[in-house]
Each structure stands twice: as structure tokens, then as C-alpha cells.
Design a protein around this ligand. Structure first.
Ligand code: PLP
Length: 392
């Protein structure tokens, strides 16, 4: 197995070897993380609404554990479909105004399961170049033609739709908010193209569900496009602060997925206590608009301080704020300096992002305060000057 060490060394040589670090939550400080005994401001979590330590969610899970036990003991189609599932799926359909909903174990399994169930060898998937890896893996699993279009480039997509118009089924799939750039998909144009070329449209709201829309329904709702999207997917692992994923759509779609989505069929159901906890999280997501408003205000503030300092922060206006530095080593050094100054971030490098676009990816939370973020922005600017990313 010597080849493995060689491969690892070639990663290390270009600052691309990844290692795991131990982290612990800072009790009563949801915007922070503990590394050993150091308290770090956490600008690298997806807990957008600050719910991951919410006492009501913790309490629901605790109570449910006492009656339901720990594990679900089987897949949903065997005996794992415990009562909290049906309750949650009904709540999801009400929230999304959809005919039906289906819970998956996580977003990765939802995307791989849905895409590989909907299309096969005779079909084609049109996928934005910057879509999440779980979408890419779903397409690979499906064996359908993978037609990647340049990021948000609708003319390129149109060319590909024409090129593959002979295919049996056509699926367009996109992140609503792109996870490493924080910008939004051209959803209106995607809907128009889907109609024109008679394709299905699937939208992944992992970074927008809970965050946009009056009750956190997501970006499709926010834009009034919810009825034009055939497959609406989102996760409970980010803004909900818990774990798991949902797919909402027609009765037919959901009945089809129950029969065809292999990650649902061949994997043990999530623990019922977790499902109960998600129901509580959903009620909070729907009801507490102030968390979204606070998140928008903090995001605007933080983004504009970095932008005004001269950093390249991309074109988005979501709570995901990339600080693009270019080379891998500078990104790594940037995150190390920030960590020594009490700020936890991650250097995102290829293959997660295209070559030459290594970045620090900040993700904000309603658990943060204006003061914390203003102080952090000052440290980030000083670090930018120190590392030559910013001209003094
Ligand atoms: C995080 C993410 C997923 C995967 O969700 P998990 O629940 O973490 O498996 C899928 N799609 C996008 C766009 C994501 O950002």
C-alpha cells in the first residue's frame, strides 16, 4: 500500500493534504467553538440561524429518546418508519405548500438517491459547473449523460439543451445558493428554459432553505417560483441545526422515490428522536423571522467591510462570504493566522473549488453579534495586509 503514502505526499507538497481536528461546542455560546481550551469565533459552520444548540430542540430529542429508544432498527420500508416521520412529512408539505414530502438521511443521500432514481442511461442531466459534489455523484451513479454548463451561463445551458434534445428524459439541476461562492442561481431563467425544452427542474436549497422566504421556505418561494420547480430538495443539517434532508414535490414524485431511491430503501432510517427534533426545529424556522432578519443584516455588514477594504468577496449577498485569495498556500496561511487570532475559518481549496480560486469561506450565523463581526473584519483586514493579499 506504499502508493497511498506517495499520493498523500503529492497532496501535501501542494498544500492539499487534509487532516481532522477535534472541536467541541462552547456551551451557551453558539457562535463560538472550542479547540482544546481555546474559544474561537466560529465563522465556518452552517448553523445559519443559530439553532444547533437550541434548548427546545435538545429537549424534544431527549424526551423522544426515552419513548422511542436510540435506533430505528431498520430501513423505512421494513420497520424503521416510526411515527415521527409521518408527522414531520406532513409538516414539511404544509410548509412548502407541496402535495407530498419525503425525508432522507442527509443531503448527500437525497441528491444521489433522487438523481439516480429519476434518470438513467438514455437520459441527460444539465448541471451547473459549481453544483455541490453530491449532485455530481448522483449524476455519476445514474449513468446519464452529464452535461455541465458554465456557472450560471444560460446561453451555454441553452446550447446543451439543444444538443441533447433527442434524449429520453432531461433533468436540470442546480444549487439555489452556491455553497462555496454564496451567489444565487438564475432561477427565473432556469424555469423558462425548463419549460421551453420540456425538462424537469430540481433545486437544492441546502444553503437557502430556512434562510429565504417569509417562513424560511427557501429561494424558490422567495422568488415566487415554487410551483415551477418539480423537485425541491433541502437539508436539516444547515439552517435547521440538526441533520437530515427533505424532498418536496408531487404525490407521484414521492411515491416514485419511495420505490426507486436506493439510499432510502437500502439504508437504516434516521433515529426517530432526531426526526422529532427536526419537527421542533421546523416550527422555530417557520416562526422566528427575526433570526433571518438578523442574519441578513450581519451578512450585509460583514460583506461590505471586507469589500470596502479591497478584498475579492465574489458577487453574492448571502450569509456565505468567500474571500478569494487564489493560491492554496496563501489560503492555508490566512486561516492559520486567523485561528491564532481567535477566529475559526477554513481554507477551501481544489478540488472543492476550481484551481487558482482557493479561498477563505466565511459563513455567518444569527448567533453572532455586530461587534464580534466588526472585530473579526478588522483582524481579517490586518491579516490581508500582512500576507500581501491586500495592498496597504
Ligand atoms: C451540504 C450540502 C449538501 C449535503 O447535505 P448533508 O446533509 O450535509 O449531507 C447537499 N447540497 C448542498 C448544496 C450542500 O451545501
Amino acid at each position: 500500500m506504499n502508493w497511498m503514502e506517495k499520493e498523500l505526499k503529492s497532496l501535501r507538497d501542494v498544500s492539499l493534504e487534509r487532516i481532522l481536528h477535534d472541536n467541541a461546542p462552547a456551551l451557551d455560546r453558539p457562535g463560538y467553538i472550542l479547540r482544546g481550551n481555546r474559544l474561537l469565533l466560529n465563522l465556518a459552520s452552517n448553523d445559519y440561524l443559530g439553532l444547533a444548540q437550541h434548548p427546545a430542540i435538545v429537549e424534544t430529542i431527549r424526551e423522544s429518546l426515552l419513548t422511542e429508544g436510540v435506533g430505528s432498527r431498520a430501513s423505512r420500508l421494513v420497520t424503521g418508519n416510526r411515527t415521527p416521520y409521518g408527522k414531520l412529512e406532513e409538516e414539511l408539505s404544509n410548509w412548502q405548500h407541496s402535495e407530498a414530502s419525503l425525508v432522507f438521511a442527509n443531503g448527500y443521500m437525497a441528491n444521489t438517491g433522487v438523481i439516480s432514481a429519476l434518470v438513467g442511461r438514455d437520459d441527460v442531466v444539465f448541471s451547473d459547473q459549481l453544483n455541490h459534489a453530491s449532485i455530481v455523484d448522483g449524476i455519476l451513479l445514474s449513468r446519464a449523460e452529464h452535461a455541465r454548463y458554465r456557472h450560471n451561463d444560460m446561453e451555454h445551458l441553452r446550447t446543451l439543451l439543444q444538443k441533447y434534445s433527442h434524449k429520453r428524459r432531461k433533468l436540470i439541476v442546480t444549487d439555489a445558493i452556491f455553497s462555496m461562492d454564496g451567489n444565487v442561481a438564475n432561477l427565473r431563467e432556469l424555469v423558462a428554459l425548463k419549460q421551453e425544452y420540456d425538462a424537469m427542474l430540481m433545486v437544492d436549497e441546502a444553503h437557502s432553505g430556512g434562510i429565504y422566504g417569509e417562513c424560511g421556505e427557501g429561494m424558490c418561494f422567495h422568488l415566487g417560483l415554487q410551483n415551477e420547480v418539480d423537485i425541491h430538495m433541502g437539508t436539516f443539517s444547515k439552517s435547521f441545526g440538526v441533520y437530515g434532508a427533505y424532498v418536496c414535490g408531487s404525490q407521484t414524485l414521492i411515491r416514485y422515490l419511495i420505490n426507486k431511491a436506493r439510499p432510502l430503501i437500502y439504508s437504516t432510517a434516521l433515529p426517530p428522536s432526531l426526526i422529532a427534533g427536526i419537527s421542533t426545529a421546523l416550527a422555530i424556522v417557520q416562526g422566528e423571522q427575526w433570526r433571518r432578519e438578523r442574519l441578513y443584516a450581519l451578512s450585509d455588514l460583514f460583506r461590505s467591510s471586507l469589500q470596502n477594504a479591497g478584498f475579492n468577496v465574489g458577487t453574492g449577498n448571502s450569509p456565505i462570504i468567500p474571500l478569494i485569495v487564489g493560491d492554496n498556500d496563501t489560503a492555508l496561511r490566512f486561516s492559520r493566522v486567523l485561528e491564532s487570532n481567535g477566529i475559526k475559518t477554513v481554507a477551501i481549496r481544489p478540488p472543492t473549488v476550481p484551481n487558482g480560486t482557493a479561498r477563505i469561506r466565511f459563513s455567518l450565523s444569527a448567533a453572532h453579534t455586530e461587534k464580534e463581526l466588526a472585530d473579526a473584519a478588522a483582524i481579517i483586514c490586518a491579516t490581508g495586509i500582512q500576507l500581501g493579499v491586500l495592498k496597504p
